[in-house]
Design a protein around this ligand. Structure first.
Ligand SMILES: O=C(O)C(=O)C[C@]1(C(=O)O)C=C[C@@H](O)C=C1
Length: 393
């Protein structure tokens, strides 16, 4: 029996379903109208030579919808995820946006890209991080999605080096919860002879493995998705992987949430050849080098203090170039077009041997996105993900 909670009296199931059918009929009519309009916008933009993918417009739509909504059951994350797919479908009518990430499919990079761009996008797994950056810089693909830092292990050096080398701009960020599960070609833990995983997954599940599988062989792989793939055919193998990889490689999940760091989160960024315009709640990332002198970092950041610009992250990285013995990666609040940010950055540009603006982008919610079984189920029923450069699983 339902407790009295201020809810209206229960209606009959038939009655509720009739009303849902009516709403769905209306929704399809409105969606069809929206698709038609989006298709027409695509024709206009093509005729005028304008870029078809417009992340600024998409973010403005999402923001406006969240403020318009008054139904508490339709939370901002739910509304955003529904619209992410609507926008992805609209975009694909105009032009298939091509997203690159470090392959194979079903890694956390792929998942982060799915969270940001939806399913109706062309996903292109690349064989190295260098190729991810190169393919976007050379116009083969439109967007690169890469990890930039993990809450347990710190910054991802290769991403920072490539951001320094390539002239791409950050257009989005996304925090993804790093959840590890044990999945394999087995029915239960007792059958497992070997565990496959990326070194990061091993280091984040060390205690659990020592406690539950202390005498099995551990085999390192280049990604959690590769680990899952290698377990597909061979009985007795299990992988530390995410639920998407387990599902797509047909593995049995024998132990869920086995990370020693249940709150581990990785921040991913999406990079493009074009900058974004202000969304109203942005962050800006920059790199700068300072000369080797006492107080140099303090003086470098002084304009931010004077112009009231708040820093959210600072990381250093050895530079391999004379004059720039250390590079500093800084994230700050605001868009590079905001007057205070503009003033602070131009003073830094005048005073420092090297400053590079990596882009301004809408600030993501601090609440990390999580893979859930419902997403995977609904994707298996109706969805198709277009993937290039790798066999589809
Ligand atoms: O407004 C546009 O420029 C559109 O192309 C339409 C639309 C949409 O469906 O709302 C589709 C793709 C763009 O990336 C942004 C928005």
């Amino acid at each position: 029996m339902e407790k009295s909670s201020g809810n209206p009296p229960l209606r009959s199931l038939d009655d509720l379903r009739i009303e849902i059918d009516e709403v769905d009929k209306e929704l399809v009519r409105w969606l069809a109208r929206r698709m038609r309009l989006s298709y027409e916008v695509g024709r206009v933009k093509r005729a005028q030579g304008l870029p078809l993918f417009d992340p600024d417009r998409e973010e403005a739509i999402l923001k406006k919808l969240v403020t318009l909504n008054t139904e508490p059951l339709l939370t901002p994350p739910i509304l955003r995820s529904i619209y992410r797919e609507i926008l992805a479908a609209s975009r694909s009518l105009q032009y298939p946006v091509k997203v690159a990430f470090l392959g194979p499919l079903w890694t956390y990079s792929h998942i982060a890209a799915l969270f940001v761009f939806g399913h109706d996008v062309e996903y292109n797994p690349c064989s190295s991080m260098e190729e991810v950056f190169e393919s976007v810089a050379r116009n083969r693909y439109d967007i690169a999605v890469v990890p930039v830092e993990n809450s347990v292990e710190g910054s991802i050096g290769i991403t920072m080096d490539l951001m320094y080398r390539y002239d791409l701009y950050i257009v989005r960020e996304c925090y993804v919860a790093m959840e590890y599960h044990l999945a394999g070609n087995v029915e239960d833990l007792k059958e497992i002879r070997e565990v496959y995983a990326h070194p990061r997954a091993f280091s984040q599940c060390r205690r659990w493995l020592a406690e539950h599988l202390s005498d099995v062989a551990l085999v390192e792989c280049s990604s959690t998705a590769q680990a899952a793939e290698l377990c597909r055919e061979v009985r007795g193998r299990a992988a530390l992987c995410n639920l998407y990889a387990a599902h797509h490689f047909g593995l049995n999940v024998v132990a869920e949430h086995i990370s020693d760091y249940p709150d581990s989160v990785t921040r991913f960024i999406a990079l493009s050849r074009e900058k974004t315009s202000p969304s109203g709640d942005d962050k800006t990332s920059i790199i700068f080098g300072v000369s080797h002198a006492p107080g140099a970092l303090y003086r470098a950041l002084e304009p931010c203090v004077r112009h009231g610009v708040n820093l959210t992250r600072i990381e250093s990285r050895p530079a391999r170039v004379p004059l720039k013995s250390y590079l500093f990666f800084v994230d700050l609040e605001g868009h590079e077009n905001d007057p205070s940010v503009r003033a602070a950055l131009s003073e830094m540009e005048d005073a420092l041997p090297f400053v590079k603006i990596l882009g301004s982008y809408p600030r993501a919610s601090d609440e990390p996105v999580k893979v859930n079984k419902e997403m995977i189920r609904s994707e298996s029923v109706g969805g198709s993900i277009s993937c290039h450069g790798a066999s589809q699983v």
